[in-house]
Design a protein around this ligand. Structure first.
Ligand SMILES: [Zn+2]
Length: 76
């Protein structure tokens, strides 16, 4: 513990971020309030029967990141 280069958000912080995303807000880092960079993982497999989208949120300031699945049905 301590100097972990692959620092992660703790469970509480993850919930905060996911709540923002779910609400359609722009996610910001709960530690430093930096707008987070969002990347999609798995590259455009719409229409191929892949029902999930995986997204990767990265804070450019503290370098913490969070990968999560967006389940189908949240929108539309
Ligand atoms: Zn941060």
């Amino acid at each position: 513990m301590g100097t972990d280069q692959h620092a992660q958000f703790d469970a509480e912080e993850q919930k905060t971020i996911l709540a923002l995303v779910t609400a359609g807000e722009k996610p910001v880092c709960p530690r430093d309030e930096t707008p987070m960079t969002k990347r999609s993982i798995g590259g455009g497999s719409f229409g191929l029967g892949y029902s999930r989208r995986r997204e990767w949120l990265i804070c450019p300031t503290c370098k913490r990141s969070l990968i999560f699945d967006l389940k189908r049905g949240t929108r539309n």
